[in-house]
Design a protein around this ligand. Sequence first.
Ligand code: ADP
Length: 394
Amino acid sequence: MDDYALVLNAGSSSLKFCVYRRPVAERWRLESRGQIEGIGTSPQLSAKDAQGEILAENRLEDWVSDGRAALDALASFLRSKYGGARVLGVGHRVVHGGARYAEPVVVTREVLEELYELVPLAPLHQPHNLAAIDAIFDRMPDVPQVACFDTSFHYCQLPVAKIIPLPSDIRKSGLQRYGFHGLSYEYIASVLPDVAPEIAKGRVIIAHLGSGASLCALKNAKSVDSTLGFTALDGLCMGTRPGALDPGVVLYLFQSLGLSAKEVETILYKKSGLLGISGISNDMRDLLTRSEPKARLAVDYFVYRAAKEIGAMAAVLGGIDGLVFTAGIGENSPDIRRRICQASSWLGVELDEVANTKKGPRISTLKSKVSTWVIPTNEELMIARHTGTMLGLL
Ligand code: ADP
């Protein structure tokens, strides 16, 4: 019987998955990937095989209203496709590993409890990530699970990059900058030697621009700094999050507007950023088609903030050799890439307009001082690699 392994990336309204298969005496290969989207609103399952052929594309029933129900729906889809398969392990994306986890970990009930303690540091993501682990414990207690953290890749940053300059008795409880999107950055760092060897060991800024967005400053493939910090609220403007704010703004929300902690949390995680500025949408593709001044301002601010933070990361690195765009906006929007590159021309970024419209992968001219790239990220593959290593499956 063939062996199978599963990768899960459970979010608030979506459950992404990859199925890997190892035929007898062969190597692991991707069998299928897909997602359940619109959990809680209008749930939909889509899945493709490794060649991109559609395996499923259907509306799910309304009972798929939370993460557990989505896992049940996924389980029944997987049973219908791979009934009786022997599952050797499940790898999960977990956003926060706190100060403890510099590496992926095989999850026990004790580890899971510890990870639940980090929920206040990532309230939008961590509960959903952990609910998926919990659900697998209940349904397949004998199948080993591995948690792969978005924070681990940044563990090696120097204390000066990690410190939050508050009194030490407050910092003792783990108040420090962690950084996120680590699985994406780790994947990009792992493919640079093949895709862009001339910058693989150099000073590189990776711009992960999706619904969540951040930059990572890399030196010799290691994280030196990142724009996300203690929580996933820092740094760049995001779909519904504002990015870095004067902390006085938060005091103002409490003291002058009298908002509750829950209300402030909702504003910061769900109502700000592109959505807050435009009042129209949190979706960049949508905003780029709109002519309303508020939509334009939202896009202008996104670009402005990204360029400003690229300047800060370049200062940390003492100049840059490479710039890489990735994730939904970074991979798919030539317009946003062009605008960010133009705003970064003072650093020596010179865009090749034609290559940019064709997605590169190299999008800078040959004489550009900074070689600039579009590289699709693959967080699920990174999780699969870690899970294979941790469980001795490779
Ligand atoms: P996440 O994984 O954080 O949910 P993604 O990496 O999927 O986010 O990125 C989603 C973002 O990418 C959305 O703002 C979406 O509008 C944007 N996006 C996707 N395709 C395009 C495109 N062709 N042009 C502009 N933006 C795009």
